[in-house]
Ligand binder design. Structure first.
Ligand SMILES: [Zn+2]
Length: 238
């Protein structure tokens, strides 16, 4: 064998070794990355309270209600939230359901992890109140982390699809009751609707350009909602 041939063969073997090594490095890197991703997923899941995304026992429901509004009729806790919220509660944000899904249906939707959406409360067309995210946690409702960290968010059922997105009187009166109760329990002395995010009564469209939420009907009522809640807060502290 020529000397050159021997050298070439030697180099060939070296190349094979290098290839072998890089395949193994690549594989090892992939395995390490998979483990890291898996651990991160498990960690973020284990951080969720065990009360989310399932029916609660009677005792669990009562315990949840005791920490939130006594006006609550239905509880189904959503995993789509930050546990706990980072700011103290200073605001209320109103949304509309874009229809009347029913509190149980909405609970099911918010119970799905993929939906990435929730609200603290919803008021049904019949005036019943649902709790989906406990007040101590931040619901994912208003397209603004900053707002939702400070706000209790409420979805209100409509009795008209489209148009003004009208809200019936049972839902409207229940909304006034719920807002008053949230203010009382969280030390909010007065609600003010300024038409922008500087007030402590806010609406979804202040934070998202391409939404009508909560619709013309409720938007027009914001000043009146603040007034009626404030009247009650005043008479109750007098
Ligand atoms: Zn909304």
């Amino acid at each position: 064998m020529e000397e050159r041939e021997i050298l070439q063969k030697g180099e060939g073997r070296m190349d094979d070794k290098k290839k072998f090594l890089s395949v193994w490095l690549l594989l090892a890197g992939f395995v390490v990355l998979s483990v890291v991703v898996l651990v991160l997923c498990l960690r973020s899941d284990t951080r969720l309270p065990d009360t989310v995304g399932r029916e609660l026992t009677e005792a669990e429901r009562e315990a949840v209600k005791a920490r939130n509004s006594p006006l609550t009729d239905y509880v189904y806790l959503s995993p789509n939230a930050d546990f706990p919220r980072r700011s103290e509660i200073r605001k209320i944000t109103i949304h509309h359901m874009a229809g009347d899904l029913g509190l149980e249906e909405l609970g099911k939707a918010f119970g799905e992890r993929d939906r990435r959406a929730s609200a603290n409360y919803a008021v049904g067309g019949d005036g019943r109140v649902a709790l989906y995210v406990e007040e101590e946690n931040r619901a994912w409702t208003s397209s603004s982390r900053e707002n939702d960290d400070q706000a209790v968010t409420i979805e209100v059922a409509n009795d008209e699809i489209g148009g003004d997105w009208h809200v019936g009187s049972a839902a409207y009166e229940a909304l006034i009751d719920l807002c008053t109760d949230i203010c009382e329990r969280n030390g909010i002395r007065e609600l003010s609707f300024t038409g922008d995010e500087t007030g402590n009564l806010t609406i979804h469209k202040m934070f998202k350009e391409d939404t009508e939420c909560p619709g013309p009907y409720l938007e027009e009522k914001m000043g009146e909602i603040a007034e009626r809640v404030n009247e009650r807060l005043k008479t109750e502290t007098d």
